[in-house]
Design a protein around this ligand. Structure first.
Ligand code: HEC
Length: 213
């Protein structure tokens, strides 16, 4: 459900951006007749897109309140700030306001992408974190990383399912696929390649597999 809404949200956001881009370009290029035509044709689709944009966005926030970061707030301010600017800008055919509104929307879009990429590095407390040492335990190392990074969404037992996180106790993926998802991320799950080392990814992937029933 969450993943489906997330995809829908991304789609309507892209449509919304395209529509605004076209209208702003026409306004800036003084193509008033063409702009009037486009406005007329897109009136109803625009209402549907705008509603879809806000409704799916709201759903995502309500479903995943823990994920609201400072980026989310800036994003919300940018989105809601751009609406009155766009309304007034297009009504009065004010180029500065319309352009400013578009800049705000694009900024919000960029921030949404950035927020996903930024997983902060955390202190993972584990007795021996070096695989070459004699008393190294892959299980212990993996568990420590899992608790610090993954349990928020997946839960310590892998079954929590927050933000659309897959149930790890019933996962049917191969070791390679698990490593690949941890490394590169998937949908609401961020990539960990810049956060975790290769050894850490191996350890946490191995631990994730032990959560299977
Ligand atoms: C922000 C929440 C979040 C965090 C934190 C998170 N995940 Fe995920 N994880 C997800 C979501 C969402 C999916 C489902 C992706 C999809 O298929 O759409 C997922 C899917 C997975 C899968 C694939 C399961 C399957 O059967 O498809 C694995 C394995 C996994 N996560 C492991 C981890 C590990 C290990 C960590 C910690 C390094 C982690 N996750 C951190 C949200 C999260």
């Amino acid at each position: 459900m969450y993943t489906g809404i997330l995809h829908t949200h991304k789609l309507v956001v892209v449509l919304f951006l395209l529509l605004y881009l076209v209208k702003t370009v026409l306004l800036l290029a003084n193509q008033k007749d063409l702009l009037a035509k486009v406005k007329k044709i897109t009136k109803v689709p625009e209402m549907i897109i705008s509603f879809g944009f806000l409704a799916t966005g709201l759903f995502l926030i309500v479903q995943k309140p823990d994920a609201i970061s400072q980026y989310t707030w800036i994003k919300l301010v940018a989105v809601f700030g751009s609406i009155p600017l766009a309304v007034v800008g297009f009504k009065k055919e004010n180029k500065v306001l319309a352009a400013l509104s578009l800049v705000l929307i694009i900024l919000a879009y960029g921030l949404a992408e950035m927020a996903k990429r930024n997983v902060p590095k955390q202190e993972v407390v584990v007795a021996v974190a070096n695989p070459t040492e004699a008393n190294y335990s892959l299980q212990e190392h993996g568990k420590a990383i899992f608790t610090s990074y993954c349990a928020v969404c997946h839960g310590q037992d892998g079954k929590l399912g927050l933000a659309g996180a897959k149930n790890l106790s019933t996962s049917t993926l191969t070791d390679e696929e698990v490593k690949n998802i941890i490394t590169n991320g998937k949908n609401a799950m961020a990539p960990y390649k810049k956060v975790l080392s290769a050894e850490e990814i191996t350890a946490v992937a191995a631990y994730a597999k032990t959560l299977k029933n």
